[in-house]
Design a protein around this ligand. Structure first.
Ligand code: SAH
Ligand code: SF4
Ligand code: F3S
Length: 441
């Protein structure tokens, strides 16, 4: 009898891409993918450890699975991903329902771990690797418009607050040939957009080729393919990379470039390796070279020792940059990191209030930026149905903004030109002005 496996994924896009790799490995070994938890012989969670609340969510979900296991004692439960790597054997020791713990560089061992678990043996694999990139594994994806393609793994930056260097290990890159081959196949299957992924995607280096070369090679595959990438670190935003984005119409004019804090003192304590002035100078160069570029960022509120002045520096940097979007977080202390030893001295209510101010400011700026687009024309790629209505599509602009339009006989995967008629802080609404176009930009 073929056993069936169900995987739930949490955390960043790298984890979603990893789940496709795991599915590829399991599929190859003859496992079936279960449609839902109730019919699965084994349930896995691919986990995130970035902040405490991410982990608490996993424990909550685990207790649901424990109930299932009471009804079906043969059910196998496994933890994959960053929590597996961070907590290792303590996950087995403290959660009797867990049978398998497998870190992000050990997924080739999963079939063996699963076989043992079905025979009643618990197992754990959490070795990190300096070379594993799963370059040869074909990720199992369902057909669609957009695909995630992981191009490098790990992080060597060691920002003092961050657990990723401990959960994902050292940086390593796939080969350019491997990535280009995979994207060619995706294009053949009808995908219209790829997002190249890495914790520091722009520090990609396969020995010969850097990220600018990789982006150009991927963009050259097909002018109808949109190419996106995330996440970039300011330190690796080379002039050649900026030129590559400017020079190829189908490399999207959208850069997610986390600054984390607007205070030089905090940036130094975070080990971000740039100052506010460096960051502003870099953004100035990017905007001058790539007209119409859209940018977004990550921000942390309440890093150890952060004062009201530091917080105001963050708000003023946001005002100055006027980005289109931001992911905004309360600082969460993580064991093993340098910042852990700095204490967690900003009280939770102060962190919460600062975060609220940051969110409110960003909402206002996003709304103003979106409102300024009303009346203009945008080319969008139709990606799927709108959440609100069966009669509408959701598409995205080259600058990564969601646009809702009437279906009007068009299909998913087509590029169409729309006039923007209204806007909220998160969404644009458009009307169709032109026939289908065959070009990404
Ligand atoms: N490699 C990417 C992002 C990694 S994690 C980068 O450097 O840009 C995504 C975001 O989570 C980070 O940018 C940061 O804003 C946030 N983050 C990471 N560790 C955190 C922590 N301990 N507390 C709160 N936010 C954190
Ligand atoms: Fe974490 Fe910094 Fe690496 Fe991003 S660059 S993953 S924030 S250590
Ligand atoms: Fe979370 Fe790991 Fe990604 S900690 S953010 S899933 S790399």
């Amino acid at each position: 009898m073929r056993r069936s496996i169900y995987i739930e994924t949490y955390g960043c896009q790298m984890n979603f891409a990893d789940t496709e790799i795991v599915n590829g490995i399991l599929n190859e070994q003859g496992y079936e993918l279960a449609k839902d938890v109730d019919t699965a012989d084994a349930i896995f969670m691919n986990t995130c450890a970035i902040r405490d609340n991410a982990e608490q969510r996993i424990y909550g979900r685990l207790s649901n699975f424990e109930h299932l296991k009471k009804r079906n004692p043969h059910l196998v439960i496994g933890i994959l991903g960053c929590m597996a790597e961070r907590l290792r054997s303590s996950l087995l020791e403290e959660n009797s329902s867990v049978d398998i713990v497998c870190g992000p560089d050990e997924y080739r061992r999963l079939p063996a771990l699963i076989d043992e678990a079905f025979q009643g043996e618990k197992g754990i694999r959490t070795q990190l690797s300096r070379v594993e990139t799963y370059n040869d594994i074909v990720p199992l994806r369902t057909d669609g418009i957009s695909a995630w393609v992981s191009v490098m793994r790990g992080c060597d930056k060691f920002c003092t607050y961050c657990v990723v260097p401990f959960t994902r290990g050292r940086e390593r890159s796939r080969t350019l040939e491997g990535i280009v081959g995979e994207v060619r196949e995706l294009v053949g299957r009808g995908f219209r957009e790829v997002t190249l992924l890495g914790q520091n995607v722009n520090s990609y280096l396969d020995g010969t080729n850097d990220f600018a070369t990789l982006l150009e090679a991927v963009a050259a595959i097909d002018p109808e393919l949109r190419v996106r990438f995330t996440t970039s670190h300011p330190q690796d935003m080379s002039p050649r990379l900026i030129d590559a984005i400017a020079g190829r119409p189908n490399i999207c004019s959208f850069i997610h470039l986390p600054f984390q804090s607007g205070s030089d003192r905090i940036l130094e304590l975070m080990n971000r390796t740039y100052t506010r002035a460096h960051y502003l100078e870099l953004v100035g160069r990017i905007r001058a070279r790539i007209p119409g570029v859209s940018m977004s960022t990550d921000v942390i509120a309440g890093f150890p020792t952060e004062t009201e002045d530091d917080h105001r520096d963050t708000l003023s940097l946001m005002e100055e940059l006027r980005y289109d979007g931001a992911f905004m977080f309360k600082y969460s202390p993580r064991e093993k990191t340098k910042a852990w030893k700095m204490g967690d001295d900003v009280p939770d209510d102060v962190k919460g209030r600062r975060l609220e101010e940051i969110i409110e400011l960003q909402r206002r700026i996003s709304y103003e930026n979106n409102k300024a687009l009303i009346g203009g024309t945008e080319r969008i790629l139709l990606e799927g149905p709108s959440k609100r209505s069966q009669e509408e599509w959701m598409g995205r602009t080259d600058t990564n903004k969601s646009v809702i339009v009437p279906k009007a006989g068009f299909s998913v995967g087509q590029y169409i030109d729309v006039r923007i008629v209204s806007a909220t802080s998160a969404t644009l609404f458009g009307e169709i002005v032109d026939e289908v176009s065959t070009r990404a930009a």
